[in-house]
Design a protein around this ligand. Structure first.
Ligand code: BGC
Length: 374
């Protein structure tokens, strides 16, 4: 299991690395052996979890486009959220000549043997967005700062409710992501480090009782597979079982947009109305449906991870691997996968509220105005 470090220790480590970078690229790894021929070596297999979520479609297609423009051969596969399918797709990519694998794991624990087999054939492996656990056969990890994603959600709730000023009590319903996704632990820890003290002080009350006593308890409220329908069913259940006497939910901690959509559907069918008793709801990804929900006052924020930036970072990693250059990383401490600390490049996530939709999402071209009714 990955250790979740205190964020200030992590920031210190990054700061130290950044400060040293003028003399020696701290955190960079040793150069790879020279490739014979960049054009033939840049044969990349991309393995994405599912087409059912907008973000993975954008991630996969965006990265493929970038790599093909850089003259790489690319095979992009989606595994329908099925681990066995992902394993056989990876095996086929290696058999088909892939020299670099970019993998967004469905289940972070199960890919070891397939990747070890790939490593034995000199294939380099980049874990994409989600860490792959329990194996040495992961060379690099490119992601957004997952702890910070949760922290931004927690701080948003803290600020909007005035918790630091002693306001409350408010009824909170916390949710967590898929128990097989390493990121979900980080999202929850980032948020819970902010919110748990207010639960303990009684400013936040969790009527359903689904309130982990510490960060490690997050799996008990995790939604396997990140499905909107499952989040909706869970919220229906909490509303029907614990909010019978006229009590209202004031705030929902949702780790991402797919869960937020299900929770919003549940609130809608329970009769909550935007602008009157609709609770604060967090999210992550800036999916189109959720950006619309933000504009319609059904979602309070999303944590935007510009997947185009992640694609560019991975492209730089691949270019460096192919050229035999050092691969740039900015964190060599946080992501221990149980077998090694995987050298990582962490990007910065950004909070988006209703006011930010136009200047941040539309002007950057991340979403089209027409797609969100602007
Ligand atoms: C990603 C999130 C995404 C979730 C569900 C996580 O690993 O980091 O961006 O919302 O998976 O696909």
């Amino acid at each position: 299991m990955t250790t979740i470090k205190n964020v200030s220790a992590f920031l210190l480590a990054v700061g130290v690395a950044a400060g040293m970078s003028a003399c020696a690229p701290a955190g960079s790894t040793a150069p790879e052996a020279e490739g014979d021929d960049a054009a033939t070596t840049c044969n990349v297999g991309i393995s994405m979890p599912t087409r059912s979520l907008e973000r993975w479609i954008n991630d996969g297609e965006g990265l493929k486009e970038k790599l093909e423009a850089a003259d790489c051969t690319v095979d992009l596969q989606y595994a329908d959220n099925k681990t066995d399918q992902q394993i056989s797709q990876i095996q086929n990519q290696v058999a088909g000549g892939a020299k670099i694998l970019v993998v967004a794991a469905i289940d972070g624990q199960t890919l070891g043997p397939a990747l070890e087999d790939a490593a034995s054939q000199d294939v380099k492996v980049i874990a994409y967005d989600r860490l792959i656990n329990g194996t040495e056969a992961v060379d690099y990890y490119a992601t957004f700062d997952n702890y910070k994603v949760g922290q931004l959600q927690g701080q948003f709730i803290e600020e909007k409710l005035g918790l630091a000023d002693g306001k409350g009590p408010f009824n909170l319903e916390p949710f967590a992501g898929s128990p097989d996704d390493n990121n979900a632990a980080f999202f929850f820890a980032g948020a819970w480090d902010v919110l748990l003290p207010y639960v303990e002080s009684g400013q936040l009350v969790v009527p359903s009782g689904k309130s982990p006593a510490d960060n490690d308890g997050w799996k008990s409220i995790g939604i396997l597979g990140w499905g909107s329908d499952d989040a909706q069913a869970e919220m229906d259940n909490r509303l029907q079982s614990f909010y019978t006497g006229g009590d209202k939910v004031d705030v929902v901690l949702s780790p991402n947009d797919s869960l937020a959509l299900g929770i919003e559907a549940s609130l809608d069918s329970a009769g909550y109305k935007p602008g009157t008793d609709w609770p604060l709801i967090t999210g992550q990804d800036a999916d189109v449906a959720n950006v619309k929900a933000i504009l319609g006052d059904q979602q309070s924020m999303t944590v935007w991870k510009d997947t185009r930036e992640l694609g560019s970072q991975v492209e730089s990693m691949i270019t460096a691997i192919v050229a035999g250059d050092e691969v740039e990383v900015n964190d060599t401490e946080t992501y221990d996968n149980g077998s090694k600390v995987v050298p990582s490049y962490l990007l910065d996530p950004v909070v988006v509220t209703k006011d930010d939709v136009e200047p941040k999402l539309v002007e950057s071209g991340f979403v089209k105005a027409a797609d969100i009714g602007l």
